[in-house]
Design a protein around this ligand. Structure first.
Ligand SMILES: Nc1nc2c(ncn2[C@@H]2O[C@H](COP(=O)(O)OP(=O)(O)O)[C@@H](O)[C@H]2O)c(=O)[nH]1
Ligand SMILES: [Mg+2]
Length: 449
């Protein structure tokens, strides 16, 4: 599936020392050769050549031209990368000359889209390219790299094989449908296999929550009474004076958010208004936001500076029922009473003001996040499109399971099975993907990728 037009775009960010212009498509070699003395079509694949770009009269730049031949290039087409000096004048001039000689300016993600259409990558790998470029820490980098290297695709292929096996067992059952004994003998096996597939897809779908959290920063709410040192802790974690610290109760009235990396994962800390009874309406709104922050958080740091009252403890435990709760005992410089019998929970002692115990706390936060060790084979779903396809496919399998349990006939079940397979195939683009879907995927890429 080759494209007719030859495209060009700047692939590097502007303002650098060099700019790399990518050209790809059937006329690449002819067009680039028209701008310089290099005969691209005669050049060996994967070689770099020093040459001059001219507009016919004037020398524009001394450049390096890398030559890639179809199908052994990123796009699978004949391609060239021109490394020129990073001047915006030079870059625009070279692009202008390329267009004048027959190129078209590339649309966002068009190189990767061509790579996909030429079978160099599947759709989930193509999306991983964008994730890799956008990755800002080790965790998001590792996930994108795993996906780019095809680990997710392999996992999906395994699921597809299991689904096909299920289909063939069902067909076998249909073939023998006259023999009632045989039909019942197979149903147990079918049900077993269906449940296995269901659990496998569920596990993948569940990883999306972690994937989202890692992408956006795992939300951590810092809560507690007024003046226990929440804002001081936020500043200590950020190593910056982000929040106002004072000994006046109710200083923090709104939530303040910022992110930091701990052991390669991004955490989004939310400092909140201290919880207390108050007549101040603005502060009351702030306390309302504190509760909202707890709801959104995955991890809650409950800061105490003395033994909390039963009332405070019950309220907090109630509100953090399905969260990871870390009880932080602040102001350890003032007193070293670090036990808290009332809670019967382990405490992390710190002094936010003097920065002691912060590393321990960071360790506890990282552990509470329960980030799976991203070894080579771990799959974490980060893409909403993939998550959507997984849940739809799982619904189909659920119908198969229900059908099997209700002794529905095989032809009814195989319809749901087929749909489950097709839905999973959407992720890698194994089925023909409509242009509209492709357009939506690649429009978020940068130009030149
Ligand atoms: N001695 C001591 N004082 C602290 C510590 N952390 C915070 N404080 C003080 O406690 C007061 C309230 O701190 P702040 O961070 O504004 O509390 P918040 O209301 O929970 O945000 C300020 O005077 C801080 O300097 C600490 O670890 N040790
Ligand atoms: Mg505060």
């Amino acid at each position: 599936m080759t494209s007719n037009d030859t495209i060009c775009a700047l692939a590097t960010a502007t303002g650098g020392a060099i700019g790399i212009i990518r050209v790809s498509g059937p006329q690449t070699f002819a067009i680039v050769s028209a701008l310089c003395s290099l005969r691209c079509d005669a050049a060996t694949a994967n070689t770099i050549h020093y040459t001059h770009i001219t507009d016919g009269k004037n020398l524009i730049d001394e450049v390096l031209v890398s030559v890639f031949r179809a199908p052994h290039s990123y796009t699978g087409e004949d391609s060239v990368e021109i490394s020129c000096h990073g001047s915006s004048y030079i870059i625009n001039k070279v692009l202008e000359l390329l267009v004048r000689n027959g190129c078209r300016m590339a649309k966002p993600g068009e190189y990767t889209m061509r790579a996909y259409l030429n079978g160099k990558l599947d759709l989930s790998q193509a999306e991983a390219v964008a994730d890799l470029i956008a990755s800002t820490n080790k965790a998001t980098h590792d996930i994108a790299m795993n996906q780019l290297r095809g680990h997710f695709s392999t996992e999906l292929a395994t699921l597809r094989e299991q689904l096909l096996k299920l289909t063939s067992l069902l067909e076998l059952e249909l073939d023998f449908s006259d023999h009632e004994d045989l039909e019942f003998a197979n149903r147990g096996e079918l049900l077993e296999l269906s449940k296995e597939i269901y659990n496998h897809i569920t596990k993948l779908a569940h990883s999306f929550e972690t994937g989202q959290a890692l992408k956006q920063g795992i939300p951590v709410a810092i809560v507690g009474k007024t003046n226990v040192g929440k804002s001081t802790l936020l500043n200590a974690l950020l190593k910056d004076d982000r929040a106002i610290v004072s000994d006046i109760h109710g200083t923090t009235r709104d939530t303040i958010e910022d992110t930091i990396d701990i052991h390669g994962a991004t955490f989004r800390f939310i400092d909140t208004a201290g919880i207390r009874q108050t007549q101040d309406t603005v502060e009351q709104i702030g306390i309302g936001r504190t509760y909202a922050a707890i709801d959104k958080a995955r991890i809650v740091l409950w800061i105490i500076d003395e033994k909390p009252s039963n009332e405070e403890a019950n309220e907090l435990l109630r509100r953090t029922e399905n969260k990871k709760l870390i009880v932080v005992r602040n102001k350890s410089d003032k007193t070293n009473n670090n036990s808290c019998n009332l809670l019967n929970m382990p405490l992390v002692p710190i002094s936010a003001k003097y920065g002691t115990g912060i590393e321990n706390l960071e360790k506890a936060i990282y552990e509470a996040a329960d980030i799976p060790a991203l070894t080579d084979n771990d799959i974490i779903v980060t893409n909403a499109r993939h998550y959507d396809a997984l849940t739809r496919s799982r619904d189909c399998i659920q119908r198969v399971i229900d059908g099997l349990q209700m002794q529905l006939s095989g032809d009814l079940l195989s319809e749901d099975l087929r749909q489950a397979i097709d839905t999973l195939s959407e992720i890698t683009g194994g089925q023909i993907t409509p242009n509209e879907v492709l357009g939506n995927i690649f429009k978020n890429f940068c130009v030149g990728k």
